[in-house]
Ligand binder design. Sequence first.
Ligand code: HH2
Length: 261
Amino acid sequence: MTRPLVMGVVNVTPDSFSDGGLYLDHEAAIAHGRAMAAAGVDVVDVGGESTRPGAEPVPVTEEVDRVVPVVAALSPLVRVSIDTRHAEVADRAVAAGATLVNDVSATLHEVAAHHHVGWVAMHMQGDPRTMQRDPRYDDVVDEVRSFLVARADAAVAAGVGEVWIDPGIGFGKTVEHNLALLARLDELVATGFPVLLGTSRKRFLGQLLATADGVADPTPPDDRLEGSLATAVWGYRAGARMVRAHDVDATLAAARAVAGL
Ligand code: HH2
């Protein structure tokens, strides 16, 4: 029985949408990552720039200062991925021990090829500042799949040996777009590239849970655990190999239950 994989999130930021400010301090971030490693996560994803809708970009030097000490402290204990859109940050984090580049811009495959590390291509329409203003697609699943396969093929051609694809839930997508991507996740799985899925605590869950409960106000981020787990299990069932999660104990338990089933 092999359990599907769990990637735990450590945001070394003041402004991430669900845990901003909690782990900006290096010691707090390292302690959080250590606890995740002890819990048994497969990867700890360290990020130094929020990509929530409306977020302002962070200067690269600041992002490097946030993440490098955390990557260096955690990488002897657990596999570390670096969540960044910037080549210099990816370079420095890999030098500090990260072995996976989690790339929400899907542009950094050359960096991964150069360092012989893995790479995640995530789909995003636009950029975080403006992506939620008016996202449009003719067929969101077809467009996301074609984009990701083209990026993944380019990475393979450049020599990257481990390539993941991720639909980028919430990145330039309406609730309906996110739900369509989840409903047809098997079409991404069918590409043959391993799929990473990140739904944890995201805004569309606030609306989904409120609708299910028959209330008008979206459920707040710290009350979205059930939705995060339901969508993680849904993703695993559709064939996603790894889920990105803030609540790692519960997600690991869910992943073990899925393996048991
Ligand atoms: N989502 C976020 C950040 N990075 N990477 C991948 N591969 N997939 C995702 O869905 C994904 C991601 C956003 O979540 P979070 O890091 O918690 O928030 P913020 O961007 O505000 O730091």
